[in-house]
Design a protein around this ligand. Structure first.
Ligand code: ATP
Ligand code: MG
Length: 267
């Protein structure tokens, strides 16, 4: 599985039109799903090791357009993982108290502590996405945030955090299909708000904001991956595989046993 072709190389300029959202890596769906199931078990194994080892922290950032599949990715990728070592934070519209602070204030308190894998469902990147698209703060203000965010993430990395960031990339047609499903299927109505149709009108502005985001903030230690996400199984397979590669790179190990326990017999 070649995940590196989906990684945004630092210094390269991303134009999303060149990234096929329907890409399936030439894999057959049945094979892909079988591979995904293996990777899920591997993630569960590595996550237990992360927890037991207790020396490292993993931060996973998910961003996508409305109906881009953030929730489904979390549900599928982490299906086999022990919830005890995982924390999910969904960043919604900020509260009055949150907007009264700097934009990283609400984020910092949710970064992972040692042994923990934290998932950000939306993140501090909303502050260069929705905030930019809707002009919630002036450009002079949001344009400085790419630099802050890089420095913030570098600080987390220097303090022992591994960071992997995923932009789930769907086509405009796929968003149409998914939003229509949310309207037509009563069990999906709860995911839909009329405002989502208004947001869809800003499709191009969101694509431009995504392009700048990944172009300006993908670094060697804190890479963005642009994940083709029209096909849920391929999206899930790629995200799971990237996380496994990252965890394997940490040299995780079970902590050494307490001294003198070898040969003890429990009566
Ligand atoms: P889905 O994508 O599946 O619809 P969701 O993440 O959109 O799920 P919602 O409650 O529908 O969940 O949306 C959360 C909303 O919060 C989004 O419209 C997002 O743009 C907004 N939001 C998140 N962070 C910020 C921020 N910093 N400033 C303003 N709005 C924000
Ligand atoms: Mg929504």
């Amino acid at each position: 599985m070649d995940t590196d072709r989906y990684r945004v190389k630092p210094g390269s300029k991303v134009g999303l039109a060149a990234w096929d959202p329907a890409d399936d890596g030439g894999l057959d769906k049945v094979d892909g799903q079988a591979q995904l199931e293996k990777e899920r078990f591997e993630l569960a194994r590595l996550q237990e090791l992360l927890y037991a080892d207790g020396r490292h922290k993993l931060l996973v950032v998910l961003q996508a357009i409305d109906a881009g599949g953030k929730d489904g990715t979390i549900r599928s990728v982490f299906e086999r993982v022990n919830p005890q070592g995982v924390e999910v934070t969904s960043f919604k519209r900020p509260t009055d108290v949150e907007v009264a602070h700097d934009y990283l204030w609400r984020v910092h308190q949710h970064v992972p502590r040692s042994g923990i894998l934290s998932i950000f469902n939306r993140s501090h990147y909303e502050d260069v996405l929705v905030v930019r698209v809707h002009g919630l703060v002036p450009k002079a203000q949001w344009s400085k945030r790419y630099g802050h965010i890089k420095a913030f993430e570098q600080m987390l990395i220097d303090e022992g955090t591994t960071v992997r960031k995923f932009l789930l990339h769907i086509s405009k047609e796929e968003q149409r299909v998914r939003q229509q499903e949310r309207i037509d299927d009563p069990s999906k109505n709860w995911k839909f708000a009329k405002a989502d149709l208004e947001e869809r009108k800003h499709w191009d502005a969101y694509q431009a904001a995504f392009e700048d985001m990944v172009t300006k903030t993908s670094t060697a230690a804190s890479p963005w991956y642009v994940i083709p996400a029209n096909r849920n199984w391929y999206r899930n397979l790629l995200v799971t595989t990237v996380l496994n590669e990252a965890l394997r790179g940490l040299g995780l190990r079970y902590p050494p046993p307490e001294e003198g326990i070898a040969g003890l017999v429990v009566n």
